[in-house]
Design a binder for this molecule. Structure first.
Ligand code: CAA
Length: 249
């Protein structure tokens, strides 16, 4: 029996954290339309998640990715329902912006736990089956602000820079096992996260972008699709910037 390319991808399971809103929702939908079997993980917004599920038919799973045991239990559930995870997209992230001299410990810790510790929690669970299978794709969503730092984001910049370090180290550890590990560093993308910023601050930032516009979530999702594919099999440990020329480091 001969399978189409799309049918072949249906046997691959992709899990996207923060997968029901913003950039994550665009990634989940893009992977599904390419043929992957997708699971979208979310934590907070039930209403948005239910609407996402209704419109996309992508199964949703609710757990807190900042918590190690929740990830263990959650991944076990997804694996039971859909099979071992072949593609992990660590996308979940939050902001708690503010200058460090006024930042409380909670806002520091919450961002580090949700944006960075989550990558350890998730990778730790999916790696063993990937190593056994000899195939895996891990795609970590970092940020331009992890590359260049951002006024008012010491917590977020530290977490996103940490993701780049984790990516480079894990890529080396996984290279002989058929698993690639890459990061994407989006710039300012048109999502609720950027819409939460004050109008004048966002206008000032947009002025600094050579393309003079925010990015579109799909412009990030397209790159995830490429890095997940067989075409990207010799790419590992990189951080790919998608920022309209905003930072060329
Ligand atoms: N560089 C230098 N100085 C700056 C500055 C900057 N980029 N931004 C503000 N300042 C100065 C202001 O001019 C002001 O100085 P004066 O008191 O002398 O006038 C001082 O810092 C305080 O500024 P604010 O009044 O803005 O301070 P605030 O406490 O009200 O707000 C803030 C601080 C919340 C951090 C606000 O500056 C802000 O929202 N900054 C943007 C943070 C940001 O980029 N967030 C990105 C969210 S999207 C995202 O994270 C996705 C992604 O991956 C890209």
């Amino acid at each position: 029996m001969k399978f189409t390319e799309k049918e072949k991808l249906m046997t691959k399971v992709a899990l996207v954290t923060g997968g029901t809103r913003g950039i994550g929702a665009a990634i989940s939908k893009k992977l599904k339309s390419a043929g992957y079997t997708v699971a979208a993980v979310y934590q907070g917004n039930d209403k948005a998640a239910e609407s996402f599920q209704k419109h996309t038919d992508i199964p949703i799973y609710k757990w807190d990715v900042s918590d190690f045991n929740s990830c263990k239990e959650g991944i076990a559930r997804v694996t039971k329902d859909l099979g071992n995870i072949d593609i992990l997209v660590n996308n979940a992230g939050i902001t708690r912006d503010g200058v460090l001299h006024k930042m409380n410990h909670n806002n520091w810790e919450e961002v580090l736990r949700t944006n960075l510790f989550s990558c350890f929690n998730m990778c730790r669970e999916v790696l063993e089956p990937m190593r056994t299978k000899g195939f895996g794709r891990i795609i970590n969503i970092s940020s331009i602000n992890g590359q260049k730092g951002q006024f008012g984001q010491t917590n977020y910049s530290a977490a996103k820079a940490g993701i780049i370090g984790l990516t480079k180290a894990l890529a080396q550890e996984s290279a002989l096992k058929g698993i690639t590990v890459n990061a994407i560093a989006p710039g300012y993308i048109n999502t609720e996260m950027t819409q939460d910023m004050s109008e004048p601050v966002l206008a000032k930032i947009t002025e600094q972008i050579p393309m003079n516009r925010l990015g579109n979530p799909n412009e990030v999702a397209n790159t995830v699709l490429f890095l997940a594919s067989d075409d990207a099999s010799f790419i590992t440990g990189i951080t790919l910037s998608i920022n309209g020329g905003h930072y060329l480091g």
